[in-house]
Design a protein around this ligand. Structure first.
Ligand code: PRP
Length: 217
C-alpha cells in the first residue's frame, strides 16, 4: 500500500479547478465529486487524501504538517510568509494585487494616504518602498466599501475581472504584483515523501506547460 499524500485544497472555484489538474495527472479521488458536505476524501489505491479548507488556511495546514502539500494563492504567501516550500506556479487563479480608488481620484502627496485592505503586510511593504506614509486600515472583507463611505482614500485588493471595481465606481490606480495559485509543500514532508511529491510536482509542471503552449497557439 502506498503511503498517503495529504493534500489541502482551497475550498471553492479555484480548488475545483486545481483538483481537476491533480486528477488529470493521475492523483484522482473520485469520491471528491460526490455531492455532499464532507471535507475529507481519500483514494487508497492511489494513496491520496484531499481536504477542503478555507483558502487563507491552506498555508497553516501545510506549514504545520497537517497537510503534506497544498495550493495557495501568491497573495496569501506574500501576506503571511509561511515557512513552506513553494514548488510550482500552477498558472491558474490568475489575478493581480492592485491599488484602486474612486474614479477620478487624485492623490495629494502632502497628506497621509488612508489605505483599506485585507492584505496589510503587502500594502505596508508597497508604500514603504515608495517612502509614502500611510494610515493602514485593516478590514476583513468588502474592502471596496471603504473609499465609497469615506473610510479610506484607496484600497489594496485583488482584482480579477475588474467587475467588482467597475460596479462600485472604482478603478485600478496601480498594479502591485501579479498573483496566481502555487503548489506548496511542508518542509519535512518534502524530505520524507520526496519521491511522491516530486512526481506530482513534475507531472503538474508538464500539464501547466502543455496548457500554456495550447493557449499560445
Ligand atoms: C476578491 C476581491 C474582490 C473580487 C475581485 O474577493 O476582494 O472583491 O474578488 O474580483 P473581480 O475583479 O473579478 O470582480 P473574493 O471573491 O476573493 O472574496 P472576499 O470578499 O472574501 O475577498
Amino acid at each position: 500500500m502506498k503511503e498517503y499524500l495529504n493534500i489541502a485544497l482551497p475550498k471553492g472555484r479555484l480548488g475545483e479547478k486545481v483538483y481537476a489538474m491533480f486528477e488529470a495527472v493521475g492523483f484522482d479521488c473520485p469520491s471528491i465529486r460526490e455531492n455532499n458536505r464532507k471535507l475529507i476524501f481519500g483514494n487508497e489505491a492511489v494513496g491520496v487524501r484531499y481536504f477542503w479548507v478555507k483558502p487563507s488556511d491552506v498555508t497553516i495546514y501545510v506549514e504545520r504538517g497537517a497537510a503534506d502539500i497544498g495550493v495557495a494563492g501568491k497573495d496569501i504567501l506574500l501576506e503571511y510568509a509561511p515557512d513552506v516550500y513553494e514548488l510550482l506556479d500552477l498558472r491558474t487563479g490568475v489575478c493581480r494585487m492592485a491599488v484602486a480608488a474612486p474614479v477620478g481620484f487624485r492623490d495629494d502627496p502632502a497628506r497621509t494616504l488612508r489605505v483599506a485592505t485585507k492584505f496589510s503586510e503587502i500594502a505596508q511593504e508597497y508604500y514603504n518602498r515608495q517612502g509614502r506614509e500611510i494610515d493602514l486600515i485593516h478590514l476583513n472583507g468588502s474592502i471596496e466599501l471603504a473609499p465609497i463611505l469615506g473610510l479610506s482614500d484607496v484600497i489594496v485588493d485583488i482584482v480579477e475581472t475588474g467587475t467588482t471595481l467597475r460596479e462600485n465606481n472604482l478603478e485600478v490606480v496601480e498594479t502591485i504584483i501579479p498573483i496566481s495559485a502555487r503548489l506548496i509543500a511542508n518542509k519535512a514532508s518534502y524530505q520524507f515523501k520526496n519521491e511522491r511529491i516530486r512526481e506530482l510536482s513534475e507531472k503538474l509542471a508538464g500539464l501547466v506547460a502543455k496548457k500554456q503552449s495550447e493557449a499560445d497557439t
